[in-house]
Design a protein around this ligand. Structure first.
Ligand code: GH3
Ligand code: MG
Length: 329
């Protein structure tokens, strides 16, 4: 059963309409002017409005204007009852939000069929809007789920690239950036420097003070090294107490200076006051010269050889490897 609001100041017309639709089983609300009709729309679930245009209180046009201002009422179908000949009034009513017309005086079949079709259209609209709401809820839920999955993935990726103890990049991740960095240096013809750093006598620290103290030294050492680097530099835990650092856009002198800064910072740091004697490190420096480029493996080998030289020179020092190592020689 549908509720139809009949807005008409003449009771004779209201009765004629009700008579015309008596077999349809509708429930009728009646208003003799626009103001009362608005009140009724506000307090009843109205499925359709049958509207006269000329009324003494608030006329049909003013009613339409008010009705369509309210978002909750915008989809209530409104069928205007007017003389067919009155084209200007019909156009104005449509512009104000009316949906259809029936002629006056009322033709029973005309009225019945127009109301049927308007109610059907309104029902379809409602179904469409319910489906839309359902779809929106699903999209929202799916977006939420995908966002959570993405965050989890990002977190997993971040974890898989990091060393669990020190938080710097791990060796597996090193190859992800090493080759692109070398390619960029070659493309831009700007040198870069690779440092290989290793804590001196670390085994002894572990043996004498325990593994936990060893871990503390590793973490402390990493923090000191990071403070000596630029944001664009990359540090990797290469193995136990060995770290690789890549300094993009840096020449040999710059690289040596950074290595010296790390070495000195470690010597004068809190690490040395861990009551385990002085902690020191040795650092090997290797240059990637885009005019005479090395492969990633060659660069690492060269930095490793420089580190070996620093260890041989008595540790707690920086050594530079000037002679490139070639894999094919
Ligand atoms: P050198 O001066 O020649 O570098 O001597 P070293 O004693 O430091 O020798 P090396 O660099 O080979 O020592 C690496 C040691 O680091 C061996 C291993 O037991 C220890 N190690 C590796 N990973 C960890 C770790 O995660 N935590 C701790 N505490 N120790 C580790
Ligand atoms: Mg060591």
């Amino acid at each position: 059963m549908h509720t139809i609001l009949l807005v008409e100041d003449e009771w004779m017309y209201r009765n004629a309409v009700k008579r015309a639709l008596k077999d349809e089983g509708h429930h009728f609300l009646e208003a003799d002017g626009g103001r009362k009709a608005l009140e009724m729309v506000g307090s009843n679930a109205v499925d359709l409005v049958l509207l006269d245009l000329v009324m003494p209180d608030m006329d049909g046009f003013a009613f339409l204007k008010e009705l369509r201002l309210n978002a909750d009422w915008q989809r209530i179908p409104v069928c205007v009852m007017t003389a067919w000949a009155d084209g200007a009034k019909r156009r104005k009513a449509i512009d104000l939000g009316a949906d259809d017309f029936v002629g006056k005086p009322v033709d029973n079949i005309e009225l019945e069929t127009r109301i049927k079709s308007l109610l059907r259209l309104s029902q379809y609209q409602q179904q469409l809007s319910d489906l839309n709401a359902e779809l929106e809820a699903k999209v929202k839920e799916r977006t939420h789920y995908l966002q959570a999955a993405l965050e989890e993935l990002e977190q997993a990726w971040e974890q898989s690239t990091r060393d669990a103890l020190t938080g710097v990049f791990n060796r597996r991740f090193m190859w992800e950036w090493l080759l692109p960095q070398l390619q960029q240096a070659a493309r831009e013809q700007i040198p870069l420097v690779c440092l290989m750093m290793d804590i001196d006598g670390f085994k002894q620290i572990n043996d004498s003070y325990g593994h936990d103290m060893g871990d503390e030294v590793l973490t402390g050492f990493t923090q000191i090294a990071v403070k000596c680097l630029r944001g664009s530099d990359i540090i990797v835990r290469y193995g136990g107490d060995e770290f690789v650092v890549l300094l993009p856009k840096c020449n040999l002198e710059g690289g040596r200076a950074v290595a010296e800064r790390v070495r000195e910072s470690v010597v004068s740091s809190q690490l040395s006051s861990l009551k385990i004697g002085g902690v020191t490190c040795s650092i090997g420096v290797a240059l990637y010269d885009p005019k005479d480029p090395l492969t990633g493996t060659e660069l690492l080998k060269q930095a490793d050889r420089a580190l070996y030289e620093a260890k041989n020179a008595g540790r707690n020092c920086v050594a530079v490897s000037e002679r490139p190592i070639r894999d094919d020689k």
